[in-house]
Design a binder for this molecule. Structure first.
Ligand code: IMP
Length: 429
């Protein structure tokens, strides 16, 4: 069936924190529906509007736009406490401008998921994932185990009671007998969950149908990816990954849109590379350069406040992200952070056991043993934060961007030169 509308996807090309919220926000004028399709409150999307900073963990970044619809799709794991908190904060400021629609099929992050997440992580001595502690993994486990509680269950007193009894029986045994944690009270959790159901009820709808109807009318839907390709449960550096599919294809399942409607895939790429949590990072710089990037780029987690590990752009990983996502456009963020460096490097290939390798593999034994091969570029010293036209960038900055386009074969259509909403070079979308 041909529909008049189209779907654009914004996905993280790296290990998350590429600045996706920013890009979603800059494309906002052209979008009718903003949709989250995976992940949960582990995300932290920062948007700065009129000098005011907003951090969304669960709400789609489009909440600041009046007349738009924001969707939380079935693929999301929803923490009601977090969501309702974000919503009331926006309401208090009079900034909950969009219509919010939540899928009844989205799974609910329950208090025992968060407890289990932290307890399991503490027990993984020497093999920590560095999770955000937001209950993401345990909630997806229940989803795929077919025992999870969905948003629609919160609206049905009896169904909720039955499901919660089953779940809490098992989870309390796990918590107390394996993890030496205190069990949770059924009455407390049940009361809490009923209250969440009441508060969420006005927003619950068939989100796949909402999206489909919009597409029939010729509207534009934006898939707002959280985390990034290298954290994907299938394509990332398993097991140091998140438990969902942040890649573009994840949007089809997590929202209920057919693949043929995705027209453009915007990969958000930070001009250097960062990672939070554990896991291989071949081009990481653990010395002064890494610290410099962390300071200049404000590289501290929006969700956990943890310092991010920093290093050079990895073209092997980026070409992989282009392939996995079918990326059609690159939006390059934080180019201004590189200003002032004498030399800028990119990792072009890996050497492993004496062999040169240019293809990425999400296998951690492989990645832990690769030696990055770098290409060096001259830096620039001119302040670029006021520049709005590509041709006005210093030659060295232009060459860096053109190199990324050449190696990936994907045009760089947006370049971030500062944190403000307007600090962006637009080269045609
Ligand atoms: P989880 O998603 O909380 O289970 O964490 C799994 C891994 O994904 C950890 O290394 C986290 O640091 C990382 N992670 C999860 N969400 C984000 C994000 O939004 N940005 C960057 N890293 C993330």
């Amino acid at each position: 069936m041909a529909l008049k509308g189209k779907v654009d996807a914004i996905i993280g090309a790296q290990w998350g924190d590429e600045g996706k919220g920013r890009i979603v926000d800059s494309l906002g004028d052209r979008v009718d529906i903003f949709a989250r399709y995976q992940g949960g409150a582990n995300a932290g999307h920062t948007v700065i509007v009129q000098g005011e900073k907003h951090v969304f963990h669960l709400l789609p970044s489009g909440m600041l736009y009046s007349g738009k619809t924001c969707v939380i799709g079935n693929g999301v794991v929803l923490d009601p406490e977090q969501l309702l908190g974000e919503l009331s904060e926006l309401q208090a400021k009079g900034k909950d401008r969009a219509r919010l629609v939540i899928s009844g099929a989205a799974h609910v992050v329950m208090p025992y998921h968060k407890k289990l997440d932290k307890a399991q992580e503490a027990r993984r001595q020497g093999n920590k994932i560095g999770t955000t502690g937001r209950g993401i993994g345990p909630c997806y486990v229940d989803k795929y185990n077919r025992s999870g509680i969905r948003v629609e269950d919160l609206l049905d007193v009896q169904v909720l009671r039955t499901k919660l009894e089953l779940n809490l029986d098992e989870k309390n045994e796990l918590l107390s007998k394996i993890y030496d944690e205190s069990p949770l009270s059924f009455d407390e959790v049940y009361r809490q969950a009923l209250a969440w159901g009441k508060a969420l009820a006005p927003y619950v709808d068939d989100t796949s149908l909402v999206v489909h109807t919009a597409l029939e009318k010729g509207q534009t839907v934006l898939l707002e990816g959280a985390q990034g390709t290298l954290l994907d449960v299938d394509y990332g550096t398993y097991p140091m990954v998140t438990s969902s599919s942040p890649t573009a294809a994840g949007g089809c399942v997590g929202l209920g849109v057919a693949p043929q409607y995705i027209q453009r895939v915007f990969g958000v790429v930070k001009a250097y590379l960062t990672r939070v949590g554990e896991g291989p990072f071949p081009s990481e710089d653990k010395g002064d350069l890494g610290q410099y990037l962390r300071d200049q780029g404000g590289e501290y987690g929006a969700t956990t406040g943890r310092p991010r590990r920093c290093g050079w752009l990895d073209m092997v990983a980026l070409r992989y992200a282009v392939r996995i996502n079918g990326m059609t456009r690159i939006t390059l963020t934080k180019l201004d952070v590189l200003t002032g460096l004498n030399e800028i490097k990119v990792c072009e290939a890996y050497t492993v056991a004496g062999e040169r390798c240019t293809e990425f593999l999400g296998n951690i034994s492989f990645l832990e043993n690769v030696v990055p091969e770098y290409r060096s570029f001259p830096g620039w010293t001119e302040d670029i934060s006021h520049i709005r036209s590509f041709d006005d960038l210093p030659k060295a900055a232009r060459e860096y961007v053109e190199y990324i386009e050449k190696i990936t074969g994907v045009p760089v259509v947006l370049i971030g030169v500062g944190p403000g909403r307007d600090q962006m070079i637009i080269r045609g979308l």
